[in-house]
Design a protein around this ligand. Structure first.
Ligand SMILES: Cc1ncc(C[n+]2csc(CCOP(=O)(O)OP(=O)(O)O)c2C)c(N)n1
Ligand SMILES: [Mg+2]
Length: 233
């Protein structure tokens, strides 16, 4: 079953490393009644608070993002605060794979196991692309899972486009007491939109009217088939 996903912080802490993901976070904030859905129409326009990166002027968003590499350090702080305050919430931090080129990610990667933050789950969107092309050409990351394991994380590798696998990985954490979990979510960028799949420049590109119509048709057809299979509630 595909569960509803809430963005922002609440009973479950969530830290977003990936600023460019402001589209879905804005949409889910609106549907979670943080602000009226109408406001989504102002996205990226002059004077809007939906500026293209999550920022703390948007209700439900506590941290600004945009500069890569800060999310995990914030997540470590939130998870450490939970431990110190005796709270039982968990913290989820979504990072990009291109983001792994930032040194600050690895400082936070050291701190997670050091403070035994088994209430922390970091996810890497391993789509093998970053803004200007292949991650392995821009800054080689492999062997990435081994690096995280060597830093003391419990590493779980899944198909990140499969919602069931994601939910299972999140529910299973923490598997090893004292160890934070790293979910390597192997994904296809632009999945489900034929012309955008695996194409780096869709990191940040505005579709024209035809592309928008095609994307909506393809995604609607996919949602319909999920509904028929009983996979969406
Ligand atoms: C500190 C910092 N350096 C560089 C950039 C420019 N930049 C924006 S997105 C990006 C690539 C991110 O790649 P990835 O995290 O894999 O995101 P994807 O393209 O897969 O969505 C870069 C280098 C930035 N935002 N912050
Ligand atoms: Mg990427």
């Amino acid at each position: 079953m595909i569960p509803r996903i809430r963005s922002g912080t609440g009973a479950t802490g969530s830290s977003q490393a990936r600023g460019i993901r402001s589209n879905p976070s804005g949409a889910s904030s609106a549907t979670s009644a943080f602000f009226p859905k109408e406001e989504l129409k102002t996205f990226s326009q002059f004077g809007t608070r939906l500026i293209g990166h999550p920022n703390n002027k948007v209700p439900g968003i506590e941290m600004n993002t945009g500069a890569l590499g800060h999310g995990l350090a914030i997540g470590v702080g939130m998870a450490l605060a939970a431990k110190r305050d005796g709270k039982d919430y968990r913290v989820f931090c979504l990072m990009g794979d291109g983001e792994q080129a930032e040194g600050s990610v690895w400082e936070a990667a050291m701190a997670g196991p050091h403070y035994k933050l088994d209430n922390l789950v970091a996810i890497i969107d391993r789509n093998r692309l970053q803004i200007s092309g292949s991650t392995e050409e821009v800054m080689g990351l492999e062997p990435l899972e081994e690096k995280w394991a060597a830093f003391g994380w419990h590493v779980v590798s899944i198909d990140g486009n499969d919602m069931e696998q994601l939910v299972r990985a999140f529910e299973a954490a923490p598997s090893i007491p004292g160890k934070p979990t790293l979910v390597m979510a192997n994904t296809v960028k632009g999945k489900g939109v034929s012309f955008a799949e695996n194409v780096a420049h869709w990191h940040h590109h505005v579709p024209n009217d035809e592309q928008l119509a095609l994307a909506l048709a393809e995604l609607s057809a996919a949602i319909e088939s999920y509904e028929q299979e009983g996979l969406v509630r």
